[in-house]
Design a protein around this ligand. Structure first.
Ligand code: SF4
Length: 379
């Protein structure tokens, strides 16, 4: 069985005011680079029994800012992971990078430790918007990072935040055009969302945060889609575009309901159990608590029953242009989607919100602006 491995690196140079990810601000020199690599290796050893029989398919270093991690230490973590599994033909190894910690030398180091895909948090190519988002880099810094990445890597993805600070369609298209010049195989476009507990949430509450209206958001979403489709990208997931074959294997594993292992502070994983059940495990969130706790100890374990797994398969699989395979859901959960959700699916099909073609159930792309509501209608 295939396994995707996620490694969380919980440190950033500075916290961005919109971010609610599990990460702490730390100076690069004060990050426990080696100790964190050792903790990942110890967690793998302590959990060896859970990992038997899996074939390693992808490793994804997310965060936080994994490009801050000393490459030698990250290389040790990669070796520790690889050594646990039978060598498989090809393993996608992605590192999320911030432009402020990615230059030519770093790109070469990442290549030398076996990384084969970079995902760069560009977020914007407009200096004013980058300042608004509280980012450490400016547009020139982002362009330099992209250039460095493309000089060594075929597989590069960029993240862009849209609908921030009353962005206009022209402004978004200008940023996309600049990105298109790098011939990237993958792009992720996320709308700015305001999460409780963040400084942006407070500003919004005080009426001091300019936000795009729903109409503006919809226009930006559709303009970006039209532009990228014309350029030969496939809108393969609601927030993600790829050249044919350039899809993120790691993220596809999540959306297609495959098994994944989470390593490191705040990491979440989900592995199958007998009788079509699964166990979701969450590690301790605070980096110091994770480093000090016994390696095998989770903060939280949750058993997912077959129906929970079926619901999750619908929530995630319907985000994909290809939708989900009913046979695969049955194989994993023992349940038949059409038996469990038949009436709701029928209603969705009558409204043309859902399409059933052979074994696949999907939401057509022209309904994606209503995707959340369509999925909620199934529960
Ligand atoms: S760099 Fe990324 S993970 Fe770190 S605080 Fe900013 S948005 Fe969050």
């Amino acid at each position: 069985m295939r396994l995707a491995v996620y490694v969380h690196f919980p440190y950033c140079e500075r916290r961005c005011p919109y971010c609610d990810f599990a990460t702490v601000a730390e100076e690069r020199d004060r990050i426990p680079h080696e100790r964190y690599a050792s903790a990942i290796a110890e967690e793998l050893s302590a959990r060896a029994d859970e990992l038997r029989g899996f074939e390693l398919h992808s490793i994804f270093f997310g965060g936080g800012t994994p490009s801050l991690w000393a490459s030698e230490s990250m290389g040790r973590a990669i070796e520790a992971i690889r050594s646990r599994f039978e060598p498989s033909r090809s393993v996608e190894i992605t590192v999320e990078c911030n432009p402020s910690s990615l230059d030519r030398a770093k790109v070469c180091e990442l290549r030398s430790i076996g990384v084969n895909r970079l995902s760069i948090g560009v977020q914007s190519l407009d200096d004013e918007r980058l300042r608004f988002l509280g980012r450490l880099h400016d547009a020139q810094g982002a362009l330099r990072a992209l250039e460095a990445a493309r000089s060594e890597f075929e597989r590069v993805s960029a993240d862009l935040i849209f609908a921030a600070a009353n962005q206009s369609e022209e402004e978004l298209l200008r940023e996309l055009d600049a990105l298109l010049g790098f011939d990237l195989e993958h792009l992720s476009l996320y709308a700015l969302t305001i999460e409780e507990g963040t400084p942006f949430f407070e500003r919004l509450r005080r009426g001091k945060l300019p936000m795009a209206s729903d109409e503006r958001y919809a226009r930006l979403f559709l303009e970006a889609e039209a532009r990228l489709l014309r350029e030969g990208y496939r809108h393969y997931e609601v927030s993600n575009y790829a050249r044919p074959g350039g899809e993120s294997a790691h993220n596809l594993a999540y959306w297609q309901g495959e098994s994944y292992l989470g390593l490191g502070a705040a990491a979440v994983g989900c592995l199958p159990l007998p009788n079509h059940r699964a166990v979701r495990r969450k590690n301790r969130i605070a980096p110091n608590e994770y480093l000090d706790a016994p390696a095998a100890e989770a903060q939280e374990m949750e058993i997912l029953e077959p129906l929970d797994r079926l619901n999750e398969a619908l929530m995630l699989g319907l985000r994909l242009e290809d939708g989900l395979s009913l046979a695969q859901v049955k194989e994993r959960t023992g349940l038949d989607v059409l038996e469990e959700k038949g009436r709701a699916i029928q209603r969705g099909m009558e409204r043309a919100d859902l399409v059933l073609e052979g074994d696949r159930l999907r939401v057509p792309r022209d309904r994606w602006l209503r995707l959340d509501g369509i999925i909620v209608d199934l529960f």
